[in-house]
Design a protein around this ligand. Structure first.
Ligand code: ZN
Length: 354
């Protein structure tokens, strides 16, 4: 059987240990086991989330290495294992990041991001898609709509699915002014577009001129770039909102406490603050009376459901949201891209095309 195949090996980016360097290596083609499929990877996001995983921020058990990272990807199914139904070679697919049980109450009601039997993350607890081909549990494979490009599929899996979840958590409507902290990132730039699509006024905050110009160049008139640097950020937020009332929704994709405190200070009445960051060592604790006086809400938002990933792909496929790809790279470039992510130089979505 194996001698009939043309391919035995593939190129992949391999991490030998958490916190180590990625190296491009030739490794055996992965074989799909029962309930698994193999996907020819056409596009995979090179992201800050993966950098966090590489640094051991999601899991740091040495038994999980060596590891091929990469979780936001889209491609074409090229083989299926035993007991896989409804997925065939040739299917265009994208993937879901969380390894969920499918059986707990949360999974059964579709809140897959809240699985109580959580099996970890694709690309952390099993090999991922910084490779020419990747094996994926069949339950983590989602259909990529015909009109949605592979790069847009990458963005759907997290860059836009997560904003869809945020907008649901915070009930964003045309009555809102939404402050996006870290607007030039892949989550921030697609969240800014989505909030605008829902009719909200959007204040897109970031911290250097190049990032703010980028945000301005790819968004419409409902999105106003705003400089988060230095003193007076709270005042600038009030000035940018109707009657100086302050933003009604704040979404923090960065975790910088000084910026968050200024946003909290400027928060409008009935305002909601949504945290997306998972820093292990940062706490934000407003006075209880501040919650009462403003009827404020502090919310966490955890990734997205499978349904939101599919909806995100449709929004990108039919042009309601523009997929913002800032760079396309090959496998050999990935280690250097992670250096740039580490030094904070990147913005938008960088897509690996192996
Ligand atoms: Zn579950």
């Amino acid at each position: 059987m194996s001698q009939e195949r043309e391919r035995f090996d593939m190129e992949a980016c391999v991490l030998e240990e958490w916190g180590g360097q990625l190296t491009v290596e030739t490794v055996p083609d992965p074989e799909p086991g029962p309930e698994e499929v193999r996907v020819d990877v056409r596009a995979c996001g090179v992201t800050r989330t993966i950098e966090n995983a590489i640094q051991g921020g999601l899991a740091d058990d040495p038994a999980l290495t060596p590891r091929i990272p990469g979780h936001e990807f889209a491609g074409v199914v090229d083989a299926v294992g035993e007991n896989v139904e409804g997925i065939r070679p040739g299917d265009r697919v994208m993937t879901y990041f969380y390894l969920t049980c499918g059986e707990c109450d949360a999974c059964r009601r579709g809140e897959t991001n809240q699985c109580t039997n959580f099996g970890g993350w694709y690309g952390v607890h099993c090999d991922g898609a910084y490779a020419e081909r990747a094996v994926v549990p069949a339950s983590n494979v989602l259909p990529l709509p015909d009109g949605t490009s592979f790069a847009a599929g990458v963005i759907a899996t997290d860059g836009l699915a997560t904003p869809l979840h945020v907008c649901r958590r915070a009930s964003v409507t045309d009555a809102d002014t939404v402050l996006v902290i870290g607007a030039a990132g892949r989550i921030g730039i697609h969240l800014s577009q989505l909030a605008a699509l829902r009719g909200a006024q959007v204040l897109a905050a970031d911290v250097d001129d190049e990032r703010l110009e980028f945000v301005d160049s790819v968004t419409g008139s409902a999105v106003e770039p705003i400089d988060a640097r230095g003193d007076g950020f709270a005042d600038r937020l009030r000035e940018a909102t109707p009657h100086g009332d302050g933003p009604t929704v704040v979404v923090d994709t960065v975790g910088d406490l000084e910026t968050l405190r200024a946003a909290w200070e400027a928060l409008g009445m009935g305002g909601r603050v949504v945290s997306l960051t998972t820093h292990h060592d940062r706490a934000f604790a407003p006075l209880l009376k501040e919650f009462v006086v403003k009827e404020a809400t502090l919310l966490g938002s955890r990734h997205a459901t499978k349904d939101e990933v599919v909806r995100a792909a449709r929004l990108l496929g039919d042009g309601r949201i523009e997929p913002i790809v800032t760079d396309r790279v090959g496998l050999a470039d990935v280690p250097a891209v992670h250096e740039r992510i580490r030094s904070g130089e990147t913005f938008g979505t960088i897509v690996l095309e192996p």
